[in-house]
Design a binder for this molecule. Structure first.
Ligand code: KIV
Length: 267
């Protein structure tokens, strides 16, 4: 039986029915296929590719062309999950026309199902213009890594009353504009709860606590491929760096000792 495809409407229904939404990042065909077959609801082609795939310190350097390359690889591995792609830094901040052109490139050249961008009121004109073209948009508030040089650190956001108030207002604006969902990153759990209760659109948290309508994690963090990144919000479901290192060390040993390939492994 062909599994039922997840759409933005499925996510709205899941929220309405109290079913939590699972979301994970992916950047290539093979992992996207694994996650899709495992039953994940949403795959995010995050601009965190800049960190975990390209090794940059921030998400700022990744380009629209590079995001399109990752997203089109992911799409080829997916038959059921909803695939959302980050608009990278510099592809939507100048003006709404540029934002629309970038979103259209992503939709046309990758086959993805929607885009995500960071910010609230400041990017509202762009959000509306992309939505008016029929492209589903997801917001991203709280810790927005594309603004890291403005924040200065990756610490928890919106702990102060004024920032919390702006975040709530931005979430309401994104909902009114017609966004199908919003990611809340690294904010107090009770603030995320307030937002999730006040809005009808799904609120997906990362470091935003248990009251969100769903959760998202970066695949390399969840699978324990990186050893250095261990924030409090992260649950590592595997420690893949260990078996991968051991397997490659064994391979090196076998090659050096001429144990690999054996007679059975040659033609
Ligand atoms: O780029 C990304 O991986 C993200 C998630 C952290 C939500 O935006």
């Amino acid at each position: 039986m062909v599994p039922k495809k997840i759409t933005t409407h499925s996510l709205q229904n899941m929220k309405a029915n109290g079913e939590k939404i699972s979301m994970i990042t992916a950047y290539d065909f093979s992992f996207a296929r694994l996650f899709d077959q495992a039953g994940i609801d949403v795959i995010l082609v995050g601009d965190s590719a800049s960190n975990v795939m390209a090794g940059h310190e921030t998400t700022l350097p990744i380009t629209l062309d590079q995001m399109i390359y990752h997203a089109s690889s992911v799409i080829r591995g997916v038959s059921r999950s909803l695939v959302i792609v980050d608009l990278p830094f510099g592809s939507y901040q100048s003006n709404s026309k540029e934002a629309l052109i970038s979103a259209i490139r992503i939709m046309k050249e990758t086959g993805a199902h929607g885009v995500k961008l960071e910010g609230g009121e400041e990017v509202m004109e762009s959000v509306k213009r992309i939505l008016a073209a029929g492209v589903p948009v997801m917001g991203h508030l709280g810790l927005t890594p594309q603004s890291i040089y403005k924040f200065g650190t990756y610490t928890v956001r919106a702990k102060e009353e004024m920032e919390a108030k702006k975040l709530k207002m931005d979430a309401a604006l994104l909902e009114q504009a017609g966004c199908f969902g919003v990611v809340l990153e690294k904010i107090p759990a009770l603030l995320a709860k307030e937002v999730a209760e006040a809005t009808s659109i799904p609120v997906i948290g990362i470091g935003a606590g248990k009251y969100c309508d769903g959760q998202v994690l970066v695949m390399h963090d969840l699978l324990g491929i990186n050893t250095e990144f261990k924030p409090r919000f992260l649950r590592q479901y595997l420690k893949l760096h260990e078996p991968i290192t051991q397997a490659v060390q064994q391979y090196i040993k076998d090659v050096k000792s001429n144990d690999f390939p054996s007679e059975q492994e040659q033609y």
